[in-house]
Ligand binder design. Structure first.
Ligand code: NAG
Ligand code: NAG
Length: 357
């Protein structure tokens, strides 16, 4: 009797192990590569706990912020609103609405209006008259995961495709897979043509142009680095590393008035668990059980932004080390001696005064 029970229960255990193995190895949604994550670091001061909350309660997960020539601040929210704060105003205005819950990067256009990235629909242009879908397909395939956008003064629009394989609801599969599934693309609005600027990027997230428009920066979130693509000069057409070993995954990048760049950094895992990303078997397991991934995800445990000079040196670093006031900060925009912060886990835009010291 007892030995029968042991046989039955050990067969059960065996069956569970076999089916788990089959699930994890044969039906895995990812084909992972090991990923080395730099250890995260803390900064003294917790300066990002000292922000003012703009539009609190009215701005759901404003991933990106931008400012136009009139000094109006814009944010795209998770519920499809493009909201704006005219200069010297207290109240955010519901400006335009897109039927979407996947809006990400936004950028002001030289001729007025904004470019808006939608993970599921593609690239929008939003003006006073309403919105139009500029681009929904590339080479006959749906434009998936448009993430950030910038317009050059010649009218060419550069934008990133964070992942050609995964979407916003399962973005964590892209970091677990750690393969270069993303691209930096350019869109010519005069010819309607789209070309690849850089193929095979590890979650290209933020895109920025240098002050003289001689190069583009693009963040590779999972690689903790930012690449530079030369548009002019002797290195035209070449790509090199602008900054690497960042203490977090770079998200949106914004040009600062002095020609440096503000970069928001996402913490990929909770402290001390960076090693998990080195093991394919653990990653397959986490891909199969997304609840486990949520446990190790560090994005909501911290906020960090850095200001990086054109020579690739970090000149300012601000954080909320335990994410108490603000966390999952995805963009930092400098305007008139303040930094405005977007986040995927807040209902406001953060505003931090910059002291001239
Ligand atoms: C917070 O802001 C106040 C007022 O601007 C300033 O005096 C203080 O030094 C700031 N604290 C930090 C940690 O930056
Ligand atoms: C479109 O497809 C052609 C032919 O395969 C390829 O050369 C080109 O790079 C593709 N363009 C984009 C933007 O994917």
């Amino acid at each position: 009797m007892a030995s029968n029970i042991i046989t039955i229960s050990s067969s059960l255990v065996l069956a569970v192990i076999v089916s788990l193995t089959v699930q994890i190895f044969y039906f895995s949604p990812i084909d992972p590569l090991p990923l080395e994550l730099p250890p995260s670091s803390s900064t003294p001061g917790n300066q990002l706990q000292n922000i003012t909350k703009l539009g609190e309660g009215a701005l759901k997960d404003p991933e990106d912020v931008c400012v136009d020539n009139d000094g109006t601040l814009y944010a795209a929210t998770r519920d499809g609103w493009i909201k704006r704060l005219p200069r010297n105003n207290e109240n955010w205005e519901n400006w335009k609405h897109i039927d979407s819950n996947t809006l990400l990067g936004i950028a002001a256009s030289k001729d007025g209006g904004l470019f808006v990235c939608d993970v599921e629909k593609g690239l929008f242009k939003v003006t006073e008259d309403g919105f139009s879908l500029l681009l929904s397909q590339v080479n006959g395939s749906r434009l998936n995961f448009a993430d950030d956008v910038i317009e050059a003064s010649d009218g060419i629009v550069y934008f990133s495709v964070a992942s050609t394989k995964f979407g916003l609801h399962n973005w964590y599969l892209d970091v677990l897979e750690a393969r270069p599934n993303g691209q930096l693309l350019m869109y010519n609005p005069y010819t309607n043509e789209v070309d690849i600027v850089i193929d095979k990027l590890h979650f290209p997230n933020g895109v920025a142009l240098s002050k003289d428009e001689d190069y583009l920066l693009v963040s590779e979130t999972w690689k903790s680095r930012v690449l530079r693509y030369w548009l002019k000069g002797a290195n035209k057409g070449k790509t090199d590393i602008f900054i690497e070993n960042l203490p977090g995954g770079p998200d949106n990048i914004n040009l600062a008035p002095d020609g440096s760049f503000w970069i928001a950094l996402i913490r990929q895992t909770i402290e001390g668990l960076e090693f998990v990303h080195k093991y394919k078997v653990i990653k397959r397991m986490l891909a199969t059980f997304p609840r486990l991934y949520k446990v190790i995800n560090g994005a909501t445990k911290k906020a960090m932004i850095v200001k990086v000079r054109t020579d690739g040196n970090i000149i300012k670093m601000f954080s909320d080390n335990n994410g108490k006031v603000m966390n999952f900060v995805t963009s930092a925009l400098e305007f008139e001696d303040h930094v405005y912060l977007g986040s995927l886990n807040s209902n406001f835009v953060g505003k931090l005064p910059l002291h001239s010291d």
